[in-house]
Design a protein around this ligand. Structure first.
Ligand SMILES: [Zn+2]
Length: 495
């Protein structure tokens, strides 16, 4: 439990006092997590509702009712209204008594949607992974050379026409041709490229570069284990359900099922070819990685913005709208040309500012929480003192009855009875004292909500050399407009 029961209690009692409400009972489930509704205190609450003893339920926030937000929704939207119970979540501003069609249930809806999305995305992920492990193809577009089996969409079958090309590429490599030469040869023979196969209907639109084989395509084909019958999946994944950025996984995370489908290339040939593949030696392969690669979008047309390679004469690289570049003649968009390094500086500075604002807001919030914490600590201290006095008193009484017994003022029988009673009381008070003492030691951890974001931000702000991965966690996308306006969409709530 992130927050001590005593803190919640004092907050709720304060609320009750301010609103002139009458307390029927306090239901506590200490030590039980909010993840399910099977909790003794909660069950007692339901019983009292059903017996008509209560007409109102107050919790600190909705997560106190239950961390399963879908179940929580049922309680708020069905169970409570059916039993004429008004429900209030103090810090979430939820009050079912207010106009129910248009009240402050919005924050709840947001949490619910959020949790729901997380839940769904988790379920989809795990079921996809299970399928991958079973050797089922779960991707969209099949690798060049394969089609989906018409009888089983999770199974791959060879596309004979494409397989001939794949085999030829492997042979050309064994013959000692470079990627570039292979690509040039295939292009000159007007062999259809993967892109031409995939977007057949689109190609009439853009014929010029369409039939061109590129070195990278050749390399991708020559290194793809799918061609020896091994199913390799889970190569890329989303950062999380909130951050829709796709990142390349470590090879350790790949899910591989060997000999899963019919091979196009013999294993021996494949491994022979791997030995000949240069390890990122070619100048073309060693492309500079920019901090904002993949994050830039055209604010005017919505397509991606690329970063060109450095020009020899001034060692500069520039941004350019892909849509513009592709349809230059049709003038479907404009250049969106900026000196990339300058742009990067502006964007990073602006991001730093946004992050600082967020951190400051977060700090103010935590200071308030800290104050609340201090206040309830004072109450706890008073209660601890009282308990301490009680314990002393019981010990005194125990001493007294010993003396009484020694002086024969009470019988052995009476002594035993009183002693048991006092010792019982003592152990109850002692336990209360210990529990409360533990609670006081507990510190508030309300921060956990945005802890991760704050962690990312702090890392980002303290970093000497900026790290792309970290920026991806903070930035969803950056929109560049032709009029030089920039819109940074971050993954957290802007202040
Ligand atoms: Zn554009």
């Amino acid at each position: 439990m992130s927050e001590s029961i005593t803190n919640q209690k004092s907050l709720l009692l304060q609320y009750v006092e301010e609103n002139n409400l009458r307390v029927y009972d306090i239901y506590i489930d200490d030590g039980y997590s909010g993840t399910n509704f099977d909790r003794p205190g909660f069950n007692r609450l339901l019983k009292d509702i059903e017996l008509g003893k209560i007409n109102m339920v107050i919790t600190k926030d909705m997560s106190r009712l239950g961390r399963d937000y879908i179940g929580t929704g049922n309680f708020i939207e069905k169970y409570f209204p059916e039993h004429n119970v008004r429900y209030i979540a103090v810090t979430d501003n939820v009050d079912t008594f207010l106009d129910s069609s248009n009240n402050d249930i919005a924050p709840f809806k947001a949490i619910m949607n959020d949790m729901y999305a997380k839940d769904i995305s988790k379920k989809i992920k795990s079921s996809l992974k299970a399928k991958m492990k079973e050797g089922k193809w779960v991707g969209g577009r099949t690798p060049f050379g394969y089609d989906k089996d018409p009888n089983d969409k999770n199974h791959l079958v060879i596309n004979k026409e494409q397989a001939v090309i794949v085999k030829r590429i492997f042979n050309m490599c064994l013959d000692g041709l470079s990627f570039y030469k292979i690509a040039k040869q295939l292009t000159s023979e007007k062999i259809k490229t993967p892109a031409q196969y995939y977007s057949f209907e689109w190609k009439s639109h853009y014929n010029l570069r369409y039939g061109t084989w590129h070195s990278k395509t050749i390399r991708d084909i020559l290194t793809n284990r799918m061609y020896i019958g091994d199913l390799v999946q889970n190569k890329r994944s989303k950062v999380n359900y909130k951050v829709k950025k796709i990142v390349n996984n470590n090879t350790n995370d790949y899910i591989v099922v060997e000999n899963n489908h019919e091979a196009i290339i013999d294993r021996e040939i494949f491994y022979e070819v791997q030995k000949r593949i240069p390890k990122n030696k070619g100048r073309n392969e060693k492309k500079e990685k920019h901090l904002l690669d993949g994050l830039l979008y055209c604010g005017d047309c919505g397509h991606r913005i690329s970063i060109t390679s450095r020009r020899k004469k001034d060692n500069r690289c520039y941004t350019i709208c892909n849509y513009y570049r592709t349809y230059m003649r049709e003038r479907l968009c404009t250049t969106h040309s900026n000196n990339y390094d300058e742009l990067e500086k502006i964007i990073i500075n602006s991001l730093i500012e946004t992050c600082l604002n967020y951190i400051n807001k977060d700090k103010i919030k935590n200071d308030v929480l800290l104050n609340l914490d201090e206040m309830s600590k004072d109450d706890d201290k008073k209660e601890l003192d009282t308990l301490n006095d009680d314990i002393k008193q019981i010990n005194n009484n125990l001493d007294d009855i010993y003396i009484d017994k020694l002086n024969d003022r009470i019988t052995e029988e009476q002594f035993k009875r009183v002693k048991i009673k006092l010792e019982n009381e003592l152990s109850i008070k002692q336990k209360k004292y210990d529990d409360l003492n533990d609670d006081v030691d507990d510190t508030i951890d309300e921060k956990s909500k945005n802890k991760i974001i704050v962690e990312y931000i702090n890392k980002f702000l303290s970093m000497k050399e900026l790290d792309r991965e970290l920026i991806i966690n903070l930035v969803d996308r950056i929109e560049i407009f032709e009029d030089k306006n920039i819109n940074i969409i971050v993954t957290f709530d802007k202040v």
